[in-house]
Design a protein around this ligand. Structure first.
Ligand code: SF4
Ligand code: SF4
Length: 112
């Protein structure tokens, strides 16, 4: 029995960052975000508010989503001031816009 609050073990302490490579957390999504690059003004509010760090940013610019870890909460879509993000059913095919674009940029940078 604890005699005072000082005897209680500390709670909520994460002593080491979890290894995200071992657990992909996007598996239970029912919806996923879809990005309309033409509407995006790169304010990065979606990046600030995503609880899973699943917004990809390259060279200071929005670059899409990491669907391996996005949980489909929709915060990014609610946050976006230009409605550049909308939530679509998980089954819907979406272009690999982000990864393709990011990869192309990386490859382009390497060749320079
Ligand atoms: S739906 Fe949620 S978890 Fe996925 S990118 Fe948007 S804010 Fe992040
Ligand atoms: S919140 Fe919307 S406009 Fe801002 S960076 Fe994200 S997608 Fe682009």
């Amino acid at each position: 029995m604890f005699k005072s609050y000082k005897d209680l073990p500390l709670g909520g302490v994460i002593e080491a960052a979890p290894d995200r490579t071992k657990k992909k957390t996007g598996d239970w999504r029912e919806e996923k975000p879809l990005w309309d690059e033409a509407k995006c003004v790169n304010c990065l509010l979606c990046w600030v508010r995503c609880p899973e760090a699943a917004i990809l940013v390259e060279e200071g610019q929005m670059a899409g989503f990491d669907y391996d870890y996005c949980k489909g909460c929709g915060i990014c879509a609610h946050t976006c001031p230009t409605e550049a993000i909308k939530m679509v059913p998980e089954e819907e095919e979406v272009p690999e816009q982000a990864r393709v674009r990011a990869k192309a940029r990386r490859d382009g940078n390497k060749s320079k």
